[in-house]
Design a protein around this ligand. Structure first.
Ligand code: GAP
Length: 450
């Protein structure tokens, strides 16, 4: 993980937030390449869940919602983690459930008395700690002005169920997709962008007839696993894990996590829950609105059940980076390379004049101007060619095009492939089409076989 954090800083993907003030714990800012990479992750998610389907529509609900939402959803009462504090020297706070899970994972007895993992001190009795961030709306800060930063995007979808049913001409089975910021006052954030207090989620709430819920749960487990592997994650670094009965959230009748083998071990990448009709029933009760589906042909009415694939955009970005990170020795030199799927790579092609003379920069710039209309491209003329290749390797650019002496004679360029390091001589004319063709081709990480 340290290597990923260092690369992210070195190449401007992700920085510590408010660094000049000493940083704000577990909050991060995305720089240029980070914005492009996470943007591509989200774009691929939208493509898979909306563009390539007929049965899911998009939504963008507000972060601030009516406070009754959180009473109905159960978050005000139930969205808590068990907090224990060290009564010894270090006074650190821990999640009791995580401490017990860690012991169990190491084959140690997990249900007895716990000690502080940092200093061995005694721990306090667990206390339920609510994860919601509160703020106030308007100039008066009293009970009546209290609102919450949403802890999940899902509730924005449930409260809009009726609107979407009316205006999108959909009927179950159909889904509503939303991506956006969520906030949780996590007790133990950490592992870089894996667990933070402000993060982005990508969620689908898929509404189905009650009897169909099991089948659709299976469908989404398969679809979402396929999404990660198609975008390059190694299948042997992914696994499905069904939640045990004592682990299920208050709303869920069945949940399976897609887990990725992060550097700190197998951890949740995305949760896929069968939420039953819990949310629509609760919101109908609290709002007084009927939230059900009525079949105009048969008159049949029911409260749809919900299957929810819920992913984290930051966590997925981290998984793609971890999976792509590679080091190898080439001609006696160490090379760091991000073997990202070309569709995820922040920059698709770098155009590099070999030397800054003989008309090479002008020809390279002309090609760059043409390419950037078609795909994210970069022009780089600074430093030795080796140094420029290394920079592009570290940000995961799949193709490098070098304009050299021969280009000026026969209008051909060298196309360098990030993964195989092969160099081909290709005509300048038609190069944008050729690159677009190669970028659209199926891709498999060379790390699959390693
Ligand atoms: N609506 C259901 C829900 O929010 P969740 O398992 O709590 O379920 C879903 O969250 C996904 O959101 C997780 O699998 C993870 O990818 C992401 N996520 C949750 N908490 C996070 C945090 N503190 N930091 C980063 N990502 C988080």
């Amino acid at each position: 993980m340290e290597k990923i954090v260092a690369l992210c800083k070195r190449r401007g993907f992700i920085f510590q937030s408010s660094e000049i003030y000493g940083g704000l714990a577990s909050t991060y800012d995305y720089g240029h390449y980070g914005v492009l990479l996470k943007g591509n992750v989200k774009a691929e998610w939208w493509r898979a869940v909306v563009q390539e389907r007929d049965d899911v529509v998009a939504l963008d609900a507000a972060i601030l919602m009516h406070p009754r939402t959180w009473e109905a959803s159960g978050h005000l009462d139930g969205f808590t983690d068990p907090l224990v504090q060290c009564l010894g020297k270090c006074k650190r706070r821990w999640r009791e459930d995580h401490l017990r899970e860690d012991l169990a994972a190491r084959g140690l007895p997990a249900d007895g008395e716990l000690r502080c993992p940092e200093c061995g001190g005694e721990l306090s009795e667990p206390r339920n700690f609510n994860l919601m961030f509160e703020t106030h709306m308007g100039p008066v800060q009293d009970e009546g002005s209290r609102v919450y930063l949403r802890p999940e995007t899902a509730q924005g979808i449930f409260v809009n169920f009726k609107n979407v049913l009316q205006f999108s001409r959909k009927r179950p089975p159909f889904g509503i997709a939303q991506a956006g910021k969520s906030f949780r006052n996590e007790i133990t954030p950490g592992n870089f962008i894996f667990r933070t207090r402000e993060f982005e989620q990508m969620e689908v709430e898929f509404f189905v007839a009650p009897d169909d819920a099991g089948r659709w749960h299976e469908h989404w487990l398969e679809e979402r696993t396929r999404w990660y592997t198609e975008l390059g994650l190694r299948p042997d670094h992914l696994q499905l894990r069904a939640h045990g009965p004592d682990e299920l959230s208050h709303y869920s009748s069945a949940t399976s996590d897609i887990e990725y083998r992060f550097p700190m071990g197998w951890s949740e990448l995305e949760g896929i829950a069968n939420r039953g009709n819990f949310d629509l029933t609760q919101h109908a009760r609290f709002s007084g609105e009927k939230l059900e589906y009525v079949d105009s042909g048969t008159g049949e009415r029911y409260v749809p059940h919900v299957i929810e694939p819920s992913a984290g955009a930051d966590r997925a970005t981290l998984a793609f980076m971890v999976d792509a990170y590679d080091e190898e020795e080439v001609e006696g030199r160490q090379r760091v390379v991000l073997r990202l799927h070309p569709r995820l790579a922040p920059v698709k092609v770098a155009v590099l004049p070999l030397v800054n003379k003989e008309g090479q920069p002008e020809t390279a710039r002309e090609l760059y101007q043409e390419l950037r209309r078609r795909m994210p491209a970069e022009y780089d003329a600074g430093g030795s060619i080796g140094k420029r290749y290394r920079r592009q390797d570290e940000i995961g650019t799949p193709f490098g095009v070098t304009v050299d002496h021969q280009t000026m004679e026969d209008r051909t360029v060298t196309l360098r492939d990030r993964d195989s390091l092969t160099q081909e001589r290709l005509p300048l004319e038609g190069l944008p089409d050729e690159l677009a063709r190669r970028l659209a081709a199926p891709w498999r990480s060379p790390k699959h076989n390693a």
